[in-house]
Design a protein around this ligand. Structure first.
Ligand SMILES: Nc1ncnc2c1ncn2[C@@H]1O[C@H](COP(=O)(O)OP(=O)(O)OP(=O)(O)O)[C@@H](O)[C@H]1O
Ligand SMILES: [Mg+2]
Length: 336
């Protein structure tokens, strides 16, 4: 971690949601840092709160959600205190681009692809737009920009592609179109929530390579959410592991993968097909946020837990220069 300002910094975030069965504490003690130009992964099993964190960053939490604690700073400004109008016009879709999980659902089947992408640019404007330009000049410029972007994301015949409907594209091509949409307004940060889960393995790999190439050549930062530790290993400089709504480990990807400090991270890594012999899973399931275990939320599934684990949330222990872990085992190891 360096001393310069983070592009995105989430600190001590706690979010709850009112449900018919009571208050669900979906996020608790979530910390995250994304530096300019870096690629950061968030990894954790289904239900660990990854998408809720993404929604909080984008300012699109459900109405029933309440931010109980913490901050989300982007370029030093707290997004949680930002007026909704400013968040919509200056941050979401503009300074922060978003690539959704399912390219089959994210494009409206009723409208041509070009109309949908042009709408993003009409709303937010494109980098270098001339405020004095006429509507038709601006439209021409936006279309030319989109053709260039579609060429870059390897859509064949980009000019004609803008006049086609979503069903005329494969899933991988649709995801390329959505990546173009996320980049169109010149964001500083792109957030991608499981962008390849709906695609076959070969297409997944191509999309991951494309994302990495695009962020590198444009100097963008990428927040990449996945339950697939293999995808994170391929793409990310840093990784933050979440379990049951909490941050449990973060560090450089190679450090976390080679020397995980939290038993949950070790278990996730061991489950990956490249590392395990035959099918293995982590026994048990992610607890309901309505009734999370006290102390370490992973303790009931952890092979190394002791009575201490359920007393209080383990403190954050720095086990190497840029590697922190929330586990009492690390305290015991004397590495506070
Ligand atoms: N609006 C809501 N009301 C009640 N509970 C919710 C709501 N949104 C999310 N949750 C709960 O919060 C927890 C985290 O959900 P979230 O979708 O953030 O997880 P995730 O890590 O993105 O999972 P996945 O990998 O399946 O996408 C889950 O237990 C989910 O049921
Ligand atoms: Mg999700």
């Amino acid at each position: 971690m360096n001393g310069s300002q983070a592009l995105l910094e989430v600190a001590s975030l706690r979010i709850s949601v009112r449900t018919d069965e009571g208050v669900a504490r979906i996020l608790d003690h979530v910390d995250l840092r994304v530096d300019p130009g870096s690629v950061v992964g968030i990894v954790g099993e289904s239900g660990c709160g990854k998408s809720t964190l993404v929604r909080a960053i984008l300012g699109i939490l459900p109405r029933a959600a309440r931010v109980e604690n913490g901050s989300i700073r982007f370029n030093g400004r707290d997004l949680l205190g930002m007026p909704a109008g400013e968040l919509q016009s200056r941050i979401r879709g503009r300074a922060i681009g978003f690539v959704p999980q399912d390219p089959y659902l994210a494009l409206n089947p009723m409208f041509r692809v070009g109309a949908q992408l042009m709408e993003i640019l009409r709303w937010h404007g494109a980098p270098g737009d001339d405020p004095g330009a006429s509507r038709s000049e601006r439209k021409r410029r936006h279309r030319a920009l989109l053709v260039e972007l579609l060429r870059r994301v390897q859509i064949p015949d980009p000019d004609q592609a803008l006049d086609r409907y979503p069903h005329e594209f494969s899933g991988g091509q649709r995801q390329r179109l959505l990546i173009a949409g996320a980049l169109a307004c010149g964001p500083q940060l792109v957030v991608a929530d499981e962008p390849t889960t709906a695609l076959d393995v070969t297409t997944q790999l191509q999309i991951l390579k494309l994302l990495r190439a695009l962020v590198d050549e444009r100097g963008l930062a990428l927040l990449f959410v996945s339950h697939d530790i293999g995808a994170v290993a391929q793409l990310c400089d840093r990784v933050s592991v979440m379990y049951a709504g909490q941050s449990v480990e973060s560090g450089l990807t190679r450090d976390v993968l080679d020397q995980p400090g939290h038993p949950y991270s070790s278990a996730l890594i061991a489950c990956h097909p490249d590392r395990s012999e035959g099918f293995r899973g982590i026994p048990g399931a992610v607890p309901s946020p309505l009734r999370p275990p006290s102390g370490c939320r992973f303790a009931p599934r952890c092979g190394s837990s002791s009575a201490r684990c359920s007393e209080a949330r383990p403190p954050s222990v720095r086990i190497a220069a840029d590697h922190t872990v929330n586990c009492v085992l690390q305290e015991v190891a004397g590495r506070v």
